[in-house]
Design a protein around this ligand. Structure first.
Ligand SMILES: Cc1cc2nc3c(=O)[nH]c(=O)nc-3n(C[C@H](O)[C@H](O)[C@H](O)COP(=O)(O)O)c2cc1C
Length: 205
C-alpha cells in the first residue's frame, strides 16, 4: 500500500528544532518524506543544533535516515535544482507540503510564484494543484511586506502557522515548546499525535 507522502521544506528562519522534531515524528508516523533544504537552513542548523548537513542530497538522506531510523527510501532529500524530482511536478508531487521553518525570503518567493529553486517550485506546484501548503513562518516584528505576503497566500488557501507556541500547557523544557508547534502542524496534516494535551482535556487549574 502507498504510504502517506509529505514534502518538508526547511528554510533559513530560526527554528531548526521544529524541523528536526517534525521530520522525526513524520518518520515515526510511517510517512514518506521528501526533504528540501535551503542553503541558509544549513547555516541555521549549524548555528542552532551544531549539525552539519551533508552537501550531497544522497548523503543528507543517509544522515537523516540513520538519525531517525527511517525505512530505506523513506526520507529522500532533493537538491535545490533537482527539477526531475517528483515534488517538481503536479503529476507526481505529494498533495501536502510544510515549509518549516519558513523564512520571510521564501515566504515572499512563494507569494510571487518565483519558482527559482526546488522549494519555491514545489510550493508553487502545491498551490496550482490546490493541495495543502503550510508555512511555519518565524520573524518578529512583521513588516507590511511580510503581512501582505501572508495574507496573499492565506487567500490562496495556504495555511500560515507562525511558530508561536502557547504556554498554557506549562512547558518545562524547550522540547515542550517545540512539540506544541509540531503538534499543531500534525493536526493540520491529519496525522494522529499525542505530543500535546488537547485544549479542554487538561486538568483545570
Ligand atoms: C542563524 C540565522 C537565523 C535566521 N533567522 C531568521 C528568521 O528567524 N526569520 C527569517 O525570515 N530569516 C532569518 N534568517 C535570514 C535568512 O536565513 C535569510 O533571509 C535567507 O536568505 C533565507 O533564505 P531561504 O529562504 O532560501 O532559506 C536567519 C539567518 C541565520 C543565519
Amino acid at each position: 500500500m502507498l504510504k502517506k507522502q509529505i514534502t518538508l521544506a526547511i528554510t533559513g528562519a530560526s527554528g531548526a528544532p521544529y524541523a528536526l522534531r517534525l521530520l522525526e515524528v513524520l518518520v515515526k508516523a510511517d510517512c514518506d518524506v521528501f526533504v528540501l533544504i535551503s542553503s541558509a537552513a544549513k547555516v541555521v542548523f549549524a548555528t542552532e543544533e551544531r549539525i552539519k548537513i551533508p552537501a550531497s542530497p544522497d548523503a543528507a538522506s543517509a544522515f537523516f535516515s540513520e538519525r531517525f531510523s527511517a525505512r530505506p527510501n523513506q526520507i529522500r532529500v532533493c537538491g535545490k535544482e533537482e527539477w526531475f524530482s517528483p515534488v517538481a511536478s503536479g503529476s507526481a508531487a505529494p498533495k501536502q507540503m510544510v515549509i518549516c521553518p519558513c523564512s520571510t525570503g521564501t515566504l515572499s518567493a512563494v507569494a510571487i510564484g518565483a519558482s527559482d529553486n526546488l522549494i519555491e517550485r514545489a510550493a508553487d506546484v502545491i498551490l496550482k494543484e490546490r493541495g495543502q501548503l503550510i508555512l511555519v513562518t518565524r520573524e518578529m516584528p512583521l513588516s507590511s511586506i511580510h503581512l501582505e505576503n501572508m495574507l496573499k497566500l492565506s487567500q490562496m488557501g495556504a495555511t500560515i502557522m507562525p511558530a508561536s507556541p502557547g504556554f498554557y500547557h506549562n512547558p518545562e523544557r524547550i522540547s515542550d515548546l517545540v512539540d506544541f508547534v509540531v503538534a499543531r502542524i500534525l493536526d493540520h496534516l491529519g496525522i494522529d499525535q499525542t505530543l500535546m494535551m488537547r485544549w479542554g482535556y487538561q486538568p483545570t487549574p
